[in-house]
Design a protein around this ligand. Structure first.
Ligand SMILES: Nc1ncnc2c1ncn2[C@@H]1O[C@H](COP(=O)(O)OP(=O)(O)OP(=O)(O)O)[C@@H](O)[C@H]1O
Length: 228
């Protein structure tokens, strides 16, 4: 029996990402990012770093199927999990109840262990959690959902923002050790804690740039070289 293909993201050359504005009878498209070349990524950790307002969230939301690309073609193969940069839930909900409501028993057990490792209080209502602790809740939920599905594409918008340095290191370590059947595309601004990654996306003057080769000694050097 043939095994399922690995999860992947494909973006065809000429695909343009952006948003529509204006009244419904006179809509205008505003292009933020265009892919000049074909991009294909498979399982692994893929970083997405670009200046504020370049169009990262717009692009990742398009991959999640929440926005239509303005033109062109993309395909995301696998079960898509999209996590925005804020936890939008009932403020009275506690992480433990949230995990119970969306995770099966094994994944829930995984979530509780991870909460312990990352020092998250699972009995504090979301409204009373700090920014970093809300971010931990998102990360734990994301990682635990992956336990329930085999071929996943995880799209995350700035999951490390607000985390202290030790937690950031723990999360990045976790990603490095994680399943080979997951495509992780992660928007971030802080590259210091990332030693291992499989590729880097950026946006320069509206063009999507992508490389799997680290230039210089760090992904930060690679980012700077793609921004020239
Ligand atoms: N529906 C919309 N209507 C008007 N402007 C929009 C819309 N969607 C996005 N924009 C604008 O497009 C630009 C890019 O937005 P986007 O959130 O994708 O950028 P980003 O790279 O994720 O930025 P940041 O790093 O600051 O989060 C911003 O100036 C934003 O205000």
């Amino acid at each position: 029996m043939a095994s399922d293909p690995a999860p992947s993201i494909d973006i065809e050359p000429g695909t343009r990402f952006g948003y529509q504005s204006g009244p419904i009878w006179k809509k205008k498209s505003k292009v933020l990012v265009e892919a000049g070349e074909k991009v294909r990524v498979g399982p692994g950790l893929h970083l997405f770093v670009a200046p504020n307002g370049a169009g990262k969230t717009t692009l990742i939301r398009s991959l999640a199927g929440l926005l239509q690309p303005i033109s062109g073609c993309l395909s995301v193969n696998g079960t898509v999990h999209y996590f925005a940069d804020e936890l939008r839930m009932d403020p009275e909900l506690k992480p433990k109840a949230l995990f119970r409501s969306v995770l099966g028993s094994e994944a829930r057990e995984h979530a509780m262990k991870l909460a312990d490792t990352l020092k998250l209080s699972v009995t504090t209502p979301i409204s009373k959690l700090s920014r970093g602790n809300r971010q931990k809740t998102i990360l734990i939920l994301a990682e635990s959902q992956l336990q329930q599905v085999k071929r996943s594409v995880l799209l995350m918008d700035e999951p490390l923002s607000g985390l202290d340095a030790e937690t950031r290191e723990q999360v990045v370590d976790l990603w490095a050790k994680s399943s080979t059947q997951v495509v992780r595309l992660v928007i971030m601004h802080e590259l210091e804690s990332v030693h291992h990654a499989d590729s880097l996306f950026t946006i320069h003057s509206g063009a999507l740039r992508h490389t799997s080769t680290k230039s210089g000694s760090s992904w930060m050097d690679t980012y700077h070289s793609l921004q020239k």
